[in-house]
Ligand binder design. Sequence first.
Ligand SMILES: *[C@@H]1O[C@H](CO)[C@@H](O)[C@H](O)[C@H]1NC(C)=O
Ligand SMILES: *[C@@H]1O[C@H](CO)[C@@H](O)[C@H](O)[C@H]1NC(C)=O
Ligand SMILES: *[C@@H]1O[C@H](CO)[C@@H](O)[C@H](O)[C@H]1NC(C)=O
Ligand SMILES: *[C@@H]1O[C@H](CO)[C@@H](O)[C@H](O)[C@H]1NC(C)=O
Ligand SMILES: *[C@@H]1O[C@H](CO)[C@@H](O)[C@H](O)[C@H]1NC(C)=O
Length: 767
Amino acid sequence: MSPAKYSVFLCFSLLCIILFKSRPVLAQTKPVFACDVTNNPGLKNFSFCDTSLDVKARVDDLVSKLTLSEKIGWLVNAAKGVSRLGIPNYEWWSEALHGVSYTGPGTKFNGAVPGATSFPQVILTAASFNESLFETIGKVVSTEARAMYNVGSAGLTFWSPNVNIFRDPRWGRGQETPGEDPLLASKYGAAYVRGLQERDGDKEGLKVAACCKHYTAYDVDNWKGIQRYNFNALVTQQDLDDTFQPPFKSCVVDGNVASVMCSYNQVNGKPTCGDPDLLAGVIRGEWKLNGYIVTDCDSLNEMFYTQKYTKTPEETAALSLNSGLDLNCGSFLGTNTQTAVNRGLVNETVIDRAVSNNFATMMRLGFFDGDPSKQLYGNLGPKDVCTSQNQELAREAARQGIVLLKNAQGSLPLSPTAIKSLAVIGPNANVSHTMLGNYEGSPCKYTTPLQGLTASVATVYQPGCADTSCATAQVDAAKTIAAAADAVVLVMGSDQSIERESLDRVAITLPGQQQLLVSEVAKVSKGPVILVIMSGGGMDVQFAKDDPKISSIMWVGFPGEAGGAAIADVIFGYYNPSGRLPMTWYPESYVEKVNMTDMNMRPDPSTGYPGRSYRFYKGPTVFSFGDGLSYSKFNHQLIKAPKLVFVPLEEGHVCLSSACRSIDVVEHSCKNLAFDIHLSIKNTGKISGSHTIFLFSSPPQVHNSPQKHLLGFQKLHLAPQGEGVVRFNVDVCKHLSLVDEKGNRKVALGEHLLHVGSLTHLLNLRV
Ligand SMILES: *[C@@H]1O[C@H](CO)[C@@H](O)[C@H](O)[C@H]1NC(C)=O
Ligand SMILES: *[C@@H]1O[C@H](CO)[C@@H](O)[C@H](O)[C@H]1NC(C)=O
Ligand SMILES: *[C@@H]1O[C@H](CO)[C@@H](O)[C@H](O)[C@H]1NC(C)=O
Ligand SMILES: *[C@@H]1O[C@H](CO)[C@@H](O)[C@H](O)[C@H]1NC(C)=O
Ligand SMILES: *[C@@H]1O[C@H](CO)[C@@H](O)[C@H](O)[C@H]1NC(C)=O
């Protein structure tokens, strides 16, 4: 199709969309809020409406005015208004995983705001390893969210991000997460939360409230009939403390997140939403959450009806509240709390605590400050959603995340002038909605891969398969166009019919006959063959890695609304790829051997269990954590790093007289013990580009420690022949410590091997 015809076609279909969408919708256009003193001056008399008081005083005043039944109305997501106090109904459930989403009843796309910027699915954004990007996306999403709230289209409480560790490639929700590494997941969680929540010049206030989920050790949805609703995750204390918990801790401690959501599953026989140690003990007690703990929807039903964890529903209600739960997504607490109180299973003081946490969050959001149009962010509206700047950021995020995994003889980038005809093949080559991944909203617009590529060169297109399942590949039609073209781009992979919430994969090869299609097309192609994999989880594409006719492999995650443009930017060299894999790509043999339900991170030599993630797994991979190529070359040089670090110990410490292998992190000697590592990085290539520097450490092998783990990462943009310095400040207790079998943090004494790329440096830790 010629560009002119193409734009006519586009306008035509846009018009269709506009006509379709402009049917009358009964849209609410005003935000919900409490303390409307303009229309109800009597409310001025209530202290809880007095913005000059602090949050605690206002919350105490409000709770003191409520009856028990009114309080119970605020224990559930569809909270019941209290009209005598000027409090409207409020819907707590909105989502904004990678853009404001239509998941959940709190948000609606309608006439006022038909679409919001749809960023890449999180796993691809994580691949950028760019912390400032994580935060910037969060800021833009919260601006659009607040704009939608102002016209009555969204709430103020968003149950995002998902910071569960992507432990197994089969997990259908791995796409929603920042990957398998606890440090990356921690940094992503804290940065995205800050972007969503931080309110200019107000430490206590919230722009919108984020929620880190699903706490904890939740990463089995539905595998071979094993369901998340009653799965009992058997987790060692060591894995819990050094793998599953760190992202949640970072959300609370570093990101100051306003909420944590407990999961469906049990951990070691206890449902997470009814475990006082996990909720009141850890989240509230150790980490000091300033906000509310909410259930997944509807965990309490599952706890009672599916898990049959208590004898009566009121016992489940009481157990969860007594464990530290504040809000129930669902209606379980609405139905069963009054009876639980009547039977003496839970005290009203506990309900006061729960609703106080919920109200405090709403106060921090300004919900009790009267008319939002007179407050900070009150001027945001539809004009601030889908701005060209925001849409450009969606494209930029996809570019930054896309990972180049193979590039034989520099076949990429393709020259847009030398390529006269490009064959574009595959079930994902012309997809739009697939690019969004799950927990999506209505996007501003789409650029499909085919559209993106067609903007630079003439293309011919064949889907090659009816859908991603690809039961029967249409090989001949694809071969015909491939044989006649100067280059071939195959856009393969998965979509939500293959991997999604409530659907884990069983196999991790390309679905159906996709592999056959790719190999057959490659055989007849005369120029470069570029395999683009659109997926959430890793795929066993060893065949393509080994096939000399397949010159390049790219992984593009689910790249968001502008994905097709970003793919073309990388293929034609308008953007130099810099993404790195945030998870290990295992061979199919791995999933044939390993039960998805085996939660152990660490290998077990006695059973042959190989362990999980780059930190523990030593077997073959298709691609590894951190893999990713650039069109440039980067050299690393170590400028500064100590060889020996002494850990001072108090006189009489047992380790001074005996040969200790590790010391406890709590010891004073360990505090404030830090050193610098400086590296010089040079771009020796001809193209400017960004480069991620990973600092890994292989600690002494005591306490079942990981073979290596990430201490830090930094990303640097360098012009051709440009040089830059990166500095890592390594805190011995924070970065070099490890968790022992009992969950205690220790610093192992002896040789820690630090590595950056192929550079290694031995660091000796002694007392
Ligand atoms: C509010 O307080 C004022 C002065 O204390 C009083 O005159 C007025 O009646 C009160 N209004 C309501 C609705 O309680
Ligand atoms: C309720 O509070 C009373 C008084 O503090 C206490 O004795 C009782 O154990 C509490 N009940 C529950 C179910 O926690
Ligand atoms: C690409 O997909 C759109 C629908 O999303 C369809 O209308 C269009 O015809 C497709 N393009 C080609 C070349 O088949
Ligand atoms: C996998 O799990 C099944 C059922 O839970 C069990 O019977 C089987 O022994 C497990 N296999 C391995 C290799 O652990
Ligand atoms: C990180 O992302 C920001 C925001 O898009 C961008 O300005 C910056 O250049 C990126 N950093 C690198 C090193 O690519």
